[in-house]
Design a protein around this ligand. Structure first.
Ligand code: IPM
Ligand code: MG
Length: 358
């Protein structure tokens, strides 16, 4: 059976890093059909929309999407619906990618890269499970309206709506509990239940679902405290589950703990394990086209693609082992370079991973 992969490189360094991940996927000897399409700013320039219908159709018809990155300052003045970010939000919604898995792992070879003391982060391995298609990100109504009564009567007012339905919380809870049961069996649900109704509801559902996973220890934390604990004692966490908005913030924080966001992959899955795989970092327009970017987060995203959407766990392990091997060899792109290691370009890093596969 041939697996179909949509490759959406996007903008900036997205192009050069997806190229390396594609080389790795091609080298595995699997029956893969990869087809590329424009997305983000590149798609706006070529076809007038960040997520053109042809790109969306390709993504829908594929088993998995390998996504680079989108965005560039030059699109900042466009109306919201045409900005590059809308491509990723549109793909999440259209494919129903409600479960976002963002691992934050500190590779022993990169222990000095973190801005935290090595003893606080050494051996860090946490997984953020972020709900990705609900919450205030997509809640309706939203917009700008005129206030009709009260202290601000007659003024314009910006507003958004936060809500979560029972099944939306339930399904992300199951993903998180299942992930935790395969790891250290600790799940921390992060909310703002001391203030928000939506969060209290979220917490109630988490407690209900927990009954089905007696082997997993569930705890709860308010988002402000979680942000603090994540820098104070990050290793106390195993799996963290949270909503879309809090997860956006916490996952960036968790990524930074490792000091090497260029190393971190992510997976966004729907109910049938169709998924979108992308590095956790952005399009880095300042270094785009310079063959300097770190392709490892995208290569590791391709490994997640193999594991979750193609059910090729052994091949995923093989790719991850090859990445470990190149780090072990001392090869580093500029973002993770330190004295005593060997600085390599994007394509040289790709070459080295390919070699390490064999
Ligand atoms: C992310 C990004 C996106 C988000 C943006 C680009 C819309 O920050 O994937 O975390 O907020 O979800
Ligand atoms: Mg973000």
């Amino acid at each position: 059976m041939t697996h179909k992969i949509a490759v959406l490189p996007g903008d900036g360094i997205g192009i050069e890093i997806t190229e390396q991940a594609q080389r790795v996927l091609s080298a595995l000897g699997l029956a893969l059909e990869m087809e590329s399409a424009p997305v983000g700013g590149a798609a706006y320039d070529a076809l007038g929309h960040p997520l053109p219908p042809s790109t969306l159709a390709l993504a829908k018809a594929s088993d998995a999407v390998l996504f680079g990155a989108v965005g560039d300052w030059k699109y900042d003045s466009l109306e919201r619906a045409l900005r590059p970010e809308q491509a990723i939000l549109g793909l999440r919604k259209a494919l129903g990618l409600f479960a976002n898995l963002r691992p934050a792992i500190l590779y022993p070879q990169l222990a000095n890269a973190s801005s935290l003391k090595p003893e606080i982060v050494a051996g860090l391995d946490i997984l953020i499970v972020r709900e990705l298609t609900g919450d205030i990100y997509f809640g309706q109504p939203r917009g700008v309206r005129t206030v009709e009564e009260g202290a601000f009567k007659g003024e314009r007012q910006g507003f958004d709506t936060m809500h979560y339905a029972e099944s939306e919380v339930g399904r992300i809870a199951h993903v998180a509990f299942q992930a935790a049961s395969k790891r250290k069996k600790r799940l921390c649900s992060v909310d703002k239940a001391n203030v928000l109704e939506t969060s209290q509801f979220w917490r109630d559902i988490m407690i209900e679902v927990a009954k089905e996973y007696p082997e997993v220890e569930l705890s709860h934390m308010y988002i402000d405290n979680a942000a603090m604990q994540l820098v104070r004692a990050p290793k106390a966490f195993d799996v963290v589950v949270t909503g879309n908005l809090f997860g956006d913030i916490l996952s960036d924080e968790a990524a930074m703990l490792t000091g090497s966001i260029g190393m971190l992959p992510s997976a966004s899955l729907n109910a049938s394990n169709q998924g979108l795989y992308e590095p956790s970092h952005g399009s880095a327009p300042d270094i785009a086209g310079k063959n300097m970017a770190n392709p490892l987060a995208t290569i590791l995203s391709a490994a997640m693609l193999l594991r979750y959407s193609l059910n090729e766990a052994a091949q995923a392990d093989r790719v991850e082992a090859a990445v470990q091997a190149v780090l072990e060899q001392g090869l580093r792109t500029a973002d993770i370079y330190e004295e005593g290691t060997v600085k390599v370009s994007t394509s040289e890093m790709g070459d080295a991973v390919l070699k390490a596969l064999h």
